[in-house]
Design a protein around this ligand. Structure first.
Ligand code: ZN
Ligand code: ZN
Length: 429
């Protein structure tokens, strides 16, 4: 039930309005009613004390794997949604590599309708780029858009054939659908399970070279420029990949990109001891890559933070490093790990910039109605205690899965409340 709320004495941070000020926020009938100072509670209003907390637009994650349909033992719309709101997210985009893949308007509609009933977070669907994500036959993009898809991607199954993705970009461009790509040349990465380096050699594991990412970043961006399509590059992991993004942005490409918190905080040494919770794709890279990506966040080249939340069951991650699936969960540690990361920078970002990267900018790049506290918009809000320190205990996750490399880490910043449409959907301790 949506209530009338008065959020008092918080530090209101809203990048969409350039707002960073001590203020109260009034919520009426599910929407932001007014922002100001020294409001007195009115009758029927629930007062939430936000002293020492940030009051921000709910966080937005454009890259989440919810595993439905077909793999509900890993995650469901409900548990993924609960994990999201516990992490301060109010809007997420789910990826199409489900079983079956989300490549038809019927499935897109079904997921949207089910999410509305079963998930506490707003869920938007990124549909497949090719039928069955096989990289061959184009989907019916107009029908997918009509059904509510906000973008198209073959994420985990990147299209290898350049002419296929070129035609997909042409068609998506005509319908103003962004194309989202996981950049990986499979002929270069085949058989690899971690970054190719002296560490992989030492562990006796096949490596995934940096070039498998950079080759496709260059190819996809060149094709995006030729077709006029908006290209969004997922989970950037290499210094050279970032350099290419800089190069093409400077030449006017309609190009945006994301980085995941784990690529900012961890490097390939985390795989030592065959730690399968440090196995993801793209893999953790070198310390130089990590530091270069930090530079890309701080100078604005990187458009947003996205988790690539990829739940897997314990029995799957207990296989050998070679055999275990790629991916880690991220929704519940994203904010705390990003605040920890920011604290470690020589010149940390202003909170406004961090919220921009985790809420306003990701919403804008896919034209989602989110990432703002503007009066009259739905009250999707996160109340964050930026000083709270907490230790990651995966057994406490709302997610169905526990595959995180951050277990035992002390993170900074905790979500106190998350509201979606004025309804309190998460309350921290
Ligand atoms: Zn991916
Ligand atoms: Zn992914």
């Amino acid at each position: 039930m949506s209530q009338n709320l008065l959020l008092r004495n918080g530090r209101v941070i809203d990048p969409s309005q350039g707002l960073d000020t001590p203020a109260d926020v009034r919520v009426r009938e599910g929407c932001i009613a007014e922002i100001g100072t020294s409001f007195s509670p009115e009758s029927g209003e629930t007062v939430i004390d936000c002293t020492d907390c940030w009051v921000t637009p709910g966080l937005v994650d454009v890259h989440v794997h919810l595993r439905e349909p077909g793999q509900s033992y890993k995650e469901t719309l409900q548990t993924g949604g609960e994990a999201a709101v516990a992490g301060g997210f109010t809007t997420i985009c789910c990826m199409p590599n489900t079983d079956p893949p989300l490549d038809s308007p019927t499935l897109v509609r079904e997921i949207r309708q089910r999410a509305e009933r079963e998930s506490p977070v707003r869920v938007y669907v990124v549909s497949a780029l090719t039928v069955g994500m096989k990289g061959e036959q184009l989907c019916d993009y107009w029908a997918l858009k009509e059904a509510g898809a906000v973008a198209c991607s073959d994420d985990a199954f990147p299209i290898q054939n350049a002419e296929v993705i070129r035609r997909a970009m042409l068609a998506c461009q005509a319908y103003e659908l962004p194309v989202i790509t996981h950049c990986e040349d499979k002929s270069l990465s085949a058989g690899g399970s971690m970054h190719r380096s002296e560490v992989s050699a030492h562990l006796g594991l096949n490596g995934i070279p940096a070039s498998s990412e950079t080759v496709q970043i260059a190819r996809n961006t060149l094709l995006a420029m030729e077709t006029g399509c908006h290209l969004h590059i997922q989970h950037l992991s290499t210094a050279m990949g970032l350099e290419l993004v800089r190069f093409f942005k400077a030449r006017g490409a309609r190009l945006t990109c994301e980085v995941a918190p784990h690529h900012l905080l961890l490097s390939h040494e985390a795989c030592e001891g065959y730690n399968t919770d440090a196995k993801m794709n793209p893999p953790l890279r070198t310390n130089e890559d990590r530091l270069a990506l930090a530079g890309g966040v701080l100078d604005g080249t990187i458009d947003c933070i996205a988790t690539d939340h990829a739940p897997h069951a314990r029995f799957e991650k207990e296989r050998t490093f070679d055999e275990a699936p790629f991916g880690i969960v991220g929704l519940e540690t994203a904010l705390g790990s990003m605040l920890l990361w920011n604290q470690g920078q020589v010149l940390p970002m202003e909170p406004m910039c961090l919220i921009d990267l985790m809420s306003t900018r990701p919403a804008r790049l896919l034209s989602l109605p989110a990432g703002t506290l503007a009066v009259g918009t739905p009250a999707d809000i996160a109340v964050i205690d930026p000083h709270a320190r907490w230790v990651v205990d995966p057994t406490q996750f709302r997610s169905k899965s526990r595959n995180t490399p951050f277990a035992g880490w002390e993170l900074v910043g905790r979500v106190r409340y998350t509201m979606v449409g004025g309804e309190v959907v998460y309350r921290g301790d």
